[in-house]
Design a protein around this ligand. Structure first.
Ligand SMILES: CC(C)(COP(=O)(O)OP(=O)(O)OC[C@H]1O[C@@H](n2cnc3c(N)ncnc32)[C@H](O)[C@@H]1OP(=O)(O)O)[C@@H](O)C(=O)NCCC(=O)NCCS
Length: 178
């Protein structure tokens, strides 16, 4: 494990965190395309919700990964949702993702967290990563969506959407894709 420091996210880290996010999700298994402003909006929002936990992994003063999530009350305890977890491609496979998740046990509200949950791509390297850390698929629950037309031209576009739509229903990246 390299000499990585895990620290709370703060606005001075924004530019580096946005770059790290774009780098991580441009690789396997997502091969996703993100505009910096979309990422900035999403991370700013995630950092502002009640019970948010936002962490970055630093190599010296460089952001190489992050975890953004929040705890929600459920039946007297808390469910923690990992909304974003990412490590830049150059730093993957060195224990940083695992270390970021281990930080959840050290949260002040950690003892009240009953379940940690997340959405990820089925049968992917990311799912394997979570399974190695003890996460299992929930066979009872399904992920439902309903497509909504955009206001501009009646088709789905990438603007103004969150990570899931971007990931599960990638936007056109060139005119020929449209
Ligand atoms: C998924 C991700 C966060 C994992 O972070 P990481 O730092 O590369 O993972 P770690 O080095 O901490 O690996 C932890 C464990 O998972 C295993 N693992 C990690 N990546 C793996 C892969 N691609 N295939 C198989 N196992 C893998 C490691 O071998 C390790 O197992 P061990 O503890 O038994 O040795 C990172 O690869 C990433 O950012 N991917 C792109 C974005 C993404 O998919 N995010 C999560 C989905 S929302």
């Amino acid at each position: 494990m390299p000499d990585i420091q895990i620290t709370p996210y703060a606005s001075p880290y924004e530019t580096m965190t946005v770059s790290a996010y774009i780098d991580a999700f441009s690789g396997a298994p997502w091969f996703d395309v993100w505009e910096p402003q979309w990422v900035a909006d999403r991370l700013t929002w995630l950092n502002s919700v009640p019970n948010a936990t936002s962490l970055v992994a630093l190599d010296k003063d460089q952001v190489v990964g992050g975890l953004f999530g929040y705890a929600k009350p459920y039946k007297g305890r808390l469910d923690f949702e990992i909304a974003e977890l990412f490590v830049t491609q150059a730093w993957q496979g060195q224990g940083i993702g695992k270390t970021l998740i281990a930080e959840l046990d050290r949260l002040p509200q950690g003892k009240d967290i009953n379940v940690v949950h997340l959405l990820t791509a089925r049968d992917s390297t990311s799912e394997t990563f979570y399974q190695r850390l003890g996460f299992t698929r929930n066979d009872r629950l399904g992920f439902l969506i309903k497509r909504r037309p955009s206001r501009s031209n009646g088709s789905i576009t990438g603007k103004g959407c969150g990570g899931l739509r971007q990931r599960f229903f990638p936007i056109a990246t060139s005119p020929s894709d449209r």
